[in-house]
Design a protein around this ligand. Structure first.
Ligand code: TYD
Length: 155
């Protein structure tokens, strides 16, 4: 079953939104397989946002992502990458649809409370970037038979 990476960004940590964000994902039926607080440094930010290092706003993004610890989380479910991206909403909070996390909780394009992997390939790379072996757990979840039908997953 697919797994994806979510980062709860400093803006959400400081605003006291950690619990509400985790609850939204759990209410949806995504399973938490990894969860920790960590302090990002410049090296991991440059790697994670390699596609943006040459953009003029990168110094602001770097400062934004390193000023407090973040929460890193691995979520599991059918089509988890797509589902979590949809729940996250458009990059700019002001443009994100109501009902999405960014649409409901933020105004900014930079202080946009969460990161979510954009493709299954990137999800694998990003999970490896933020979690060591042994920090992501594979455990039996009896709830699956109440979340999916037998022709969707093997119980
Ligand atoms: P990006 O990967 O384009 O978006 P997303 O987070 O929705 O996958 O950008 C990564 C982060 O970079 C984004 O969440 C916030 C920041 N950012 C800015 O601060 N300004 C910008 O103009 C863009 C495009 C991104």
């Amino acid at each position: 079953m697919e797994q994806t990476l979510v980062l709860i960004k400093p803006s959400a940590v400081v605003r006291g939104l950690i619990g509400q964000i985790i609850t939204r994902f759990q209410n949806k039926g995504l399973i938490i397989t990894g969860l920790k607080m960590m302090q990002l440094d410049e090296k991991i930010c440059r790697e994670h946002y390699a596609h943006l290092v040459d953009r003029p706003f990168f110094p602001f993004l770097l400062n934004s992502m390193t000023r407090t610890p973040i929460i890193a989380m691995v979520l599991k479910g059918l089509d988890a990458v797509h589902v979590v991206r949809e729940m996250t909403g458009a990059t700019k909070g002001r443009a994100a649809n109501p009902g999405t996390l960014r649409g409901d909780y933020c105004m900014s394009g930079q202080e946009n409370i969460v990161h979510a992997s954009d493709t299954p390939e990137n999800a694998l790379i990003e999970i490896d970037r933020f979690f060591s072996q042994g920090e992501v757990f594979d455990y039996t979840c009896d709830m699956f038979k109440y979340l999916y039908s037998p022709d969707e997953v093997e119980f």
